[in-house]
Structure formats: C-alpha cells, structure tokens
Design a protein. Structure first.
Length: 406
C-alpha cells in the first residue's frame, strides 16, 4: 500500500534524518574547535609566530595543531572552511518545520485554547519571529560590542525568556518549545552565515592582497562562535522536547524553557573551564542538577487538557462512513494508555500527550492512527491490547475513504 500519507511520513523521516546528520556534523565541529581553542598552549614562544599550539592523538596518529590569532603570513593552499554543516542543519530544520508544523498547522501548530489563529496567521507569526530573533540579537551584539560580555549574555537571556512567554501565548505547547529551539538555531546559523564566514573572507582577501588583516574580524567571529557554543545544548533539549509532554504540556512551559537555557550555560561552563585547564568547577553540576529538579517540579503542574476542537480536516474524517466503528476500536484498544488518566499501570500521562478519548480526538489524530495502527503494527506496542487484523483493515478503509487514496 502506497499513498500520500505514507509518502509524507517517509519524507518527514528522511528530512529528520538529514537534519540529525547535519546537526551532528555542526555541533561536533563546534564543540571540537571551542575545546581546541581553549586548550591551546599559549605560553610557548613559537618560531612560526602562531598564538598557540597543541599536540593531539587520535585514530593511531599524532596531530600538531597551531592557531594564528589573526592570520599566517601567507595564504595557505587547500584552506578548509566549516560552514555547510551549519547551513545544511538550518535548511533541513526549516524544511522539517514546514513539513510538520506548517503543513500540519491545525494539528501541531495551532491550539485554539491558546490562540484561535488561522493557519496563515500562525505561519506568518512563525516566520516573523525567526527573523525578529536575528535582528534583536545582532542589534544587542552591536550595542554591547565593547561592553562586558556577561552583560550581553544577560540581555540575550532576557530576550529568550520573553520569547518563551510569547511562543506559549500563541502556539500549542509542543510548537512553542520547538519554535524556541528554531528561534535560537536561526540566531546560531545566522552568526555563521552573516558574521563568522564573511569576517573570515575579509581576512583571506587581505592576505591574498598582501595586506595585514585587522584583528577585530577574528575577535568578533570568536565572540559569535562562543555564543553558539553556549546555546547548543538548550537547542538540543528543545528539539527533543516534542517527545516528552511533561516539558510542554503544563502551564509552566515558558518557565521550563527559560530554565533550560540556564542549565545549558552551567553545563557548558564546566566543559569550557575544564578544556581551558582552569580547574573543574563541580558546582556547575550541582547547579545543573538543582535546575533540572526545578524543571521536574514545574512539570508536575496539571497538564493542559482542553478538549480538542473539530478542525475542518477533522470534521471530514468524522463524517466518513465507518468512523463510529473506528472510534469504538480506538476506544477499546488505545485509550487504556491514550487518556487524560491512563488505566495502564505505570502510566501517569498519555504517551506523547496524545489523547484518543473523544470523537474529536480520534478525528484529529486520523493520520497517525492510520500510519501506526493501520498501515503498520507499531501501535498498540507489542499489540498488548490485542488489536485484530480486521480492526486494522477497518482503520485503513476509513482513512482511505476520507482521503480518496487507494
């Protein structure tokens, strides 16, 4: 069986896989170069004029690495640039955002109980907010360019807290945290595209022309790279959050998101201090643990359980012959777990926040039910509620009748 829903699911999987691959490449190179820069031995009088050096061993070989603070005397051949890892991560992430949250806006992006937005309004807010993030961040960096960088980081944290509150005021909880991650990732990738790489190109152009490059370009690029380093871990948390309803399904979602950024700073501070050979500030792990415990406590606030309203698409699925049978099948096989108060021992909230109790719930999640319990046997897990093949066939027949697919 092959239809648009199946194709869409595999397309989403492929783009998500690409996003993970490129993110690993970007984050890996970012972490490596920050650790390398902090760990360089700068107390050595190097005949090459380099600012520092380090010897490393990996994969059965030894590496001798030297860093030039501004640039070497001559332009080296075969210069390797690290930029496409960042660009590909953002592009694949935006493609995934469009596939899941824009094309599925009425299911994943919009929550009428939060803000009754039209699809175009929600998408416009999403796009505008991403552009707004870069403009505000870049302005802050320009204003505080010569100030204490801690002041800049505090100002940036204030922006992130404000955006956390904004997103939870206009989007569903799941979309709010995802967008906060996209907001931050846009700033990070724009740092590479708009500042770091252009500055490096200016230095290269000066070298080729025989001019001595200005050290300010390298200083600015390093500042932005350091910001990216501290923002990476919160972005990863936010991108994973859609799998964990406790992180996005409560009234405290915006506070949880804000604390995640603080926790990212404390964790990275330990690694950066350790790599710089300035000690092991173990207090950062205690602080990270306390912040995480606070997040756990905040997550125990009552889950948002507003009734799912029938969107136009959901109404179409509910109007098809066979819907009542499918609703009964789901009620008998799925709601033992997918309920506001699950009956299955050990479950205290519905998996992924998905409730399948009312007719509106079932119609709202029609595509997921079709893919996971009709086309595949992913649900129920291990078929613990004994869904029969005939029941799966009824789900497939109902969905294909509603969509006109074969």
């Amino acid at each position: 069986m092959y239809d648009l829903a199946t194709f869409g699911a595999w397309l989403e999987f492929a783009v998500r896989w690409l996003h993970v691959i490129t993110a690993i490449a970007w984050i890996g190179s970012s972490f490596y170069f920050i650790a390398l820069d902090l760990g360089l031995h700068r107390d050595r009088n190097l005949t090459t004029g380099a600012d520092g050096e380090e010897w490393q061993v990996h994969g059965g070989g030894f590496y001798h690495i030297q860093k030039y603070l501004v640039a070497p005397d001559n332009m080296p051949d075969g210069l390797v640039w690290f930029k496409w890892e960042s660009y590909a991560t953002w592009l694949s992430g935006f493609a995934l955002l469009a596939l899941v949250y824009y094309l599925g806006a009425e299911f994943y992006l919009i929550d009428p109980a939060v803000a009754d937005l039209a699809v175009w309004q929600a998408i416009a807010l999403s796009l505008a907010s991403l552009a707004f993030g870069w403009l505000v961040y870049n302005t802050l960096c320009n204003v505080f360019v010569d100030a204490n960088q801690t002041v800049l980081m505090v100002a940036l944290f204030g922006v992130l807290v404000g955006m956390s509150y904004f997103y939870t005021s206009v989007f569903s909880g799941r979309a709010a945290l995802l967008h906060l991650g996209a907001f931050t990732a846009t700033i990070m990738s724009a740092n590479v595209f708009m500042i770091i790489i252009p500055n490096q190109k200016i230095v290269v152009a000066d070298l080729i022309a025989g001019r001595k490059p200005d050290a300010k370009y390298g200083k600015i690029a390093k500042q932005r790279s350091t910001h990216n380093n501290y923002l990476t871990l919160p972005v990863i948390f936010l991108m994973l959050s859609n799998h964990y309803p406790l992180s996005f399904g409560t009234e405290n979602t915006w506070i949880i998101a804000s604390l995640v950024f603080l926790m990212g700073v404390t964790i990275r501070h330990w690694f950066n201090t350790h790599h710089a050979r300035k000690g092991n500030p173990h207090w950062t792990w205690a602080a990270s643990t306390l912040i995480f415990l606070a997040i756990m406590w905040l997550s125990t606030a009552p889950l948002k359980t507003a009734e799912t309203e029938m969107s136009a698409t959901a109404q179409r699925f509910a109007a098809v012959d066979g819907f009542e049978n499918v609703h009964d099948i789901v009620a008998s096989r799925c709601t033992v777990c997918h309920a506001a108060e699950p009956a299955w021992a050990g479950l205290y909230w519905p998996p992924k926040g998905v409730r399948l109790e009312s007719e509106a719930d079932v119609a709202h999640h029609a595509r997921a039910i079709y893919l996971q319990a009709g086309v595949s046997h992913a649900m129920p897990p291990a078929n613990l509620s004994y869904m029969e093949d005939a029941e799966r066939a009824q789900i497939v027949a109902w969905y294909t009748a509603a969509t006109g697919s074969q």
